[in-house]
Design a protein around this ligand. Structure first.
Ligand SMILES: [Zn+2]
Length: 287
């Protein structure tokens, strides 16, 4: 399969669906990460309280963007994402112009993904930039199917499946039959690759995500999703439309499952034990 992740900000490449992407990388699938903005004003940690705060030299927007893009490139290498694309839409992010939607549609057409993973594009009135990335992605996906060779100079492309990864802010907790908000349609068990997710976090020193923070978040978030998913770690997803199966969709892992009374998840407490993967150059502002 070809799988494309479309992310609002650089660090989303590590924080959202990184484990699922790592699993598909190991299966030989072809992965692309498209990062819509450089997220510079959202997380100025490195320049305000991090190592960059004591650097007397001013840094340009472009230089800092490149510093953050390097973080994505290192994280992508750890996860197994072969290709990274950056659109740099830091200004006017909440304006999904026709030009931007077409630019993203042309990236979709160029990479021809079977599956797109992106942010859930629905939120409260004050929709955040993560959710807005889902608006860009879904609009561009639609446009990609309707491009005309004679007019647009490219073949159209139909994306077979669209899954939304569920960020903390877009979901309620599960396990109640009447949970009022957004709940996961399915989980991917990311236990086998959780170390790589932690080490992908380690690359984002611009946001202070390395070290203890990475381990804390992965244990608290992915570990919590794992408790719902009956695994040590898991990532939650939402379907974008109804799915047709050839028969009842019972997961192979359930068919193989032996019932064990009082079987508690979380026996593999790996996140805290993952060694640091932050290289020295991650703290170097200039090349
Ligand atoms: Zn984000």
């Amino acid at each position: 399969m070809r799988i494309m992740g479309i992310y609002a900000h650089p660090a989303d490449v590590a924080t959202e669906a990184a484990g699922t992407m790592a699993i598909h990388a190991d299966r030989g699938d072809e992965l692309t990460a498209v990062v819509l903005s450089d997220g510079i004003r959202m997380h100025p940690h490195f320049l305000t309280v991090g190592e960059g705060a004591t650097d007397p030299e001013p840094v340009s927007h472009a230089e800092y963007a490149e510093f953050k893009r390097d973080e994505v490139r290192r994280a992508a290498a750890i996860i197994g994402i072969a290709t990274t694309e950056f659109l740099g839409w830091d200004r006017d992010f909440f304006t999904a112009t026709d030009e931007r939607v077409e630019a993203l549609a042309r990236l979709i057409v160029a990479h021809r993904p079977d599956v797109i993973l992106t942010h859930y594009p629905v939120g409260p009135y004050l929709i955040d930039s993560n959710a807005f990335a889902g608006i860009y992605a879904t609009r561009a996906m639609e446009l990609a199917t309707t491009l005309i060779p004679q007019v647009d100079g490219v073949e159209p492309h139909y994306v077979r499946e669209l899954f939304f990864f569920l960020m903390d802010q877009s979901m309620d907790t599960r396990s109640n039959i009447d949970t009022p908000g957004i709940v996961a349609d399915f989980y991917v068990d990311t236990t086998a690759v959780i170390g790589r997710k932690v080490q992908a976090f380690d690359q984002f020193v611009s946001q202070g995500y390395e070290g203890q923070f990475a381990r804390k978040v992965v244990e608290a978030r992915d570990g919590r999703h794992g408790m719902h998913a009956e695994s040590s770690y898991a990532e939650p997803f939402l379907l974008s439309r109804s799915v047709t199966h050839d028969a009842l969709p019972v997961s192979p892992r359930l068919l193989d499952k032996t019932y064990v009374a009082n079987n508690l998840p979380g026996d593999q407490l790996l996140a805290q034990a993952v060694p640091s993967a932050t290289p020295p150059e991650a703290y170097r502002l200039r090349r």
